[in-house]
Design a protein around this ligand. Structure first.
Ligand code: XLS
Ligand code: NI
Ligand code: NI
Length: 440
């Protein structure tokens, strides 16, 4: 097999002073941060779909990038060329994982039996490459939103026949994920949502989605899948109302249907911001519920109301993300670059620059988050802020040993409480800035 990205070397770490666009400035795989090398804190993954399939087509124009890799698109030869390209790409960057949808790795045939045969063939080839390189599968998923049959959703479809096709795709995608040793299996809501209540029975649809997930858990466990299932929340796009709006909604859904032991969250930065939250918020909600599983590492644009899937460059955001991840004791999953080059960035160099940008942004975020934690002032302030609960009546409230009558009597005896202590937000924000930018 010949080299595909001929002008691109293995990307070295050269440090912050380097001006080499094909070098890492901050991602130094073996550098130890808080007792662990960066590469263990940051199990990066390549998203097959954006990196090897998408070529810039949008609503207003066709492809700008050439991702044919010298083959006719839609052929199995092309599918194999994408495997070759993907593994060379990951090796050159030191990206140790990948994520895929079924139809990213093979062209979908008219008959599902033929698609499944193709999946068997390509997964043999992927497995060979995995064994040769040590690169692993982070998670797999089924694309149950592109094919016209899924116009009304997959688990939420009004057609029982289409529901069977969704089940068949989940089954096969699980087979392939298990075959490739994937750590996780993702359900992103796709078209699981609705446009209008005039034609939709929400309760009915949600019950059907839950049943599909239950069947997936039962089947997955029966074929030896020991990893986590993930829900990837998203509030809208393509549907107006997506059922998995945000982490809190998805966690409530999982608990309602008894799926919370098998599922965790795959939090995507751009989805959280579309939901009107910060990325950090959805990470925190997941973490405090024991459900922070994996991350789709990208970035939205605050001026645009859709999933722009940009490569993450905002170090403030990556710092706050890594702050949550470190506090949660790490991820069981990893950091999947569910991100695409901007349409005019169509060259091979751009593909590498994008990953270097994203990996450096997270490495820098990790370094700074560790500094924030080691600095300790934020933690100390939060502790102090709740100090009134550490003794006396506060401790009794925390222990759940009070009644409303008792507390009301106390309030009446006091007449009026002292104001709560200052939130000191600006002071805390200045600590973050001095940790991020201090020492210039
Ligand atoms: C779309 C989602 C999708 C999932 C996988 O917005 O982010 O790419 O990650 O189906
Ligand atoms: Ni997305
Ligand atoms: Ni995603």
């Amino acid at each position: 097999m010949s080299e595909i990205f001929k002008n691109i070397p293995v990307i070295p770490y050269e440090g912050p002073a380097s001006a080499n666009p094909l070098a890492f400035k901050y991602y130094d795989a073996d550098r130890v941060i808080m007792g662990k090398p960066m590469k263990e804190h940051l199990p990066f993954a390549m998203a097959w779909w954006h990196n090897l399939c998408a070529a810039g087509t949008d609503m207003f124009g066709r492809d700008t990038a050439d991702k044919s890799f010298g083959c006719e698109k839609g052929s199995m030869e092309h599918a194999k060329a994408k495997v070759d390209a993907g593994f060379e790409f990951m090796q050159k960057l030191g990206v140790n994982y990948f994520c895929f949808h079924d139809v990213d790795i093979v062209p979908e045939a008219d008959d599902i039996k033929e698609t499944n045969r193709r999946l068997d063939e390509i997964s043999d080839y992927i497995l060979e490459k995995m064994n040769a390189t040590g690169i692993k599968c982070l998670w797999g998923t089924a694309n149950m939103f592109s094919n016209p049959r899924f116009m009304n959703g997959a688990g939420s479809t009004n057609s029982a026949d289409v529901y069977c096709f969704a089940a068949a795709q989940v089954k096969k995608a699980l087979d392939i994920t298990v075959k490739l040793g994937g750590k996780g299996y993702v359900f992103w809501g796709g078209r699981e949502g609705y446009e209008t209540l005039l034609n939709t029975d929400v309760k009915f649809e949600q019950e059907n989605i839950a049943n599909l997930m239950k069947m997936a858990v039962a089947y997955g466990r029966s074929i030896g899948f020991t990893g986590d299932f993930y829900i990837e929340p998203k509030p809208k796009e393509p549907m107006k109302h997506q059922y998995d709006f945000d982490a809190a909604t998805a966690i409530g859904f999982l608990r309602q249907y008894g799926l919370d032991k098998d599922f965790k969250m795959n939090i995507e930065a751009n989805h959280a911001t579309l939901a009107g939250h910060t990325f950090q918020h959805d990470l925190r909600i997941s973490a405090i519920n024991g459900m922070l599983g994996s991350i789709d590492a990208n970035q939205g644009d605050y001026l645009l109301g859709w999933d722009t899937d940009e490569f993450p460059f905002d170090v403030y955001e990556t710092t706050m993300c890594m702050y949550e991840v470190l506090k949660a004791g790490g991820l069981t999953g990893g950091f999947n670059f569910d991100a695409k080059n901007r349409r005019p960035s169509y060259t091979v160099e751009d593909m590498f620059h994008a990953y270097i940008l994203g990996m450096d942004a997270f490495a820098l975020g990790l370094i700074k988050a560790a500094k924030l934690i080691e600095d300790g002032r934020i933690d100390a302030f939060i502790k102090e802020r709740y100090a009134s609960y550490s003794e006396g009546i506060g401790a009794k409230i925390r222990a759940g040993e009070t009644t409303l009558e008792e507390l009301a009597a106390r309030a009446e005896a006091m007449g009026a409480p002292a104001l709560p202590g200052s939130g000191r937000q600006e002071y805390l924000e200045s600590i973050v800035n001095s940790v991020l930018f201090g020492g210039c």
